[in-house]
Design a protein around this ligand. Structure first.
Ligand SMILES: Nc1ncnc2c1ncn2[C@@H]1O[C@H](COP(=O)(O)OP(=O)(O)OP(=O)(O)O)[C@@H](O)[C@H]1O
Ligand SMILES: [Mg+2]
Length: 247
């Protein structure tokens, strides 16, 4: 079996590329109420197949902004993103949407589940967008994997915050993405549920060989990733594990 684990760099990663993500000289400037605001400035990032990377940093430092750009949900003002071997700048919106539907999972800071749909229907969505005909049975299995088989018929407002977070994770994993982006995946959870979600993400990563790029304030989660990157002055800098564990 091919495994894309970083301890076996010579093995062939599932995406066919050693680097699944490469961001070069990324800049992002927006027009804010006080004029032009530079959020990202000359940011570099490389993520290998099967690698788990944590992005940490203070509130407002640009973590959600960079995650959206790296996943192709938002465009940078300058610089280039290569995701799964494709330059995102050369794709139109439809092509980026198709790439995301097939190989990219995203867990939003505020979940973004569709309110009129049940948990099961929310998890089915990426499969249906990808034209899969066994969406219902695969979505049900995935919901069971996150411990929510008994809540499949509940709409988001009929679920607790931790349950919504797990539905969002199930939706992000169900299409077996080569890379998962997650923004504060344990941010709204109590300690015990947070631990369960961390275990779930890392075990899904291990069983599916997916790369993880996680934004987190949670030092336990950051410490369990292969690398930690600190957002500082619009760039990402490597941060030692001991530092992450000590703070
Ligand atoms: N569209 C926009 N227009 C103006 N300012 C924006 C826009 N989007 C983000 N910002 C500003 O850019 C900065 C970075 O925002 P971002 O959401 O990336 O921060 P973050 O690191 O994810 O913070 P948190 O940890 O609180 O989620 C913030 O100061 C925010 O106010
Ligand atoms: Mg954020």
């Amino acid at each position: 079996m091919n495994s894309a684990h970083p301890s076996q760099p010579e093995s062939e990663p599932r995406s066919g590329h050693r680097h699944v993500l490469h961001g070069r000289a990324i800049g992002k400037t927006v027009d804010g109420p006080e004029g032009s605001l530079t959020i990202l400035d000359g940011l570099e990032i490389t993520v290998d197949a099967g690698e788990a990377v944590a992005i940490v940093g203070p509130s407002g430092s640009g973590k959600s902004t960079v995650l959206g750009i790296l996943a192709g949900l938002d465009l940078p003002t300058s610089g280039e993103v290569e995701l799964l071997g494709q330059g995102l700048g050369s794709l139109d919106e439809d092509q980026r949407a198709r790439l995301r539907a097939g190989d990219v999972g995203f867990v939003f800071q505020n979940f973004q589940l569709l309110p009129g749909l049940s948990a099961l229907e929310n998890v089915m969505l990426p499969l249906e967008l990808g034209g899969q005909d066994d969406a219902a049975s695969r979505a049900r299995e995935m919901l069971e994997e996150v411990g929510l088989g008994h809540r499949a018929g509940h709409q988001p407002l009929q679920l607790s915050g931790g349950e919504q977070q797990r539905v969002a994770l199930a939706r992000a994993f169900v299409s077996r993405p080569a890379i998962l982006f997650a923004d504060e995946p344990t941010g709204n959870l109590d300690t015990e549920t947070g631990h369960r979600v961390i275990d779930l993400m890392l075990s899904l990563r291990a069983s599916r060989g997916a790369s993880l790029v996680l934004v987190t304030h949670d030092e336990r989660l950051a410490a369990r990733c292969d690398r930690r990157l600190l957002m500082q002055d619009g760039r990402l800098v490597e941060r030692a594990a001991e530092l992450a564990e000590a703070s």
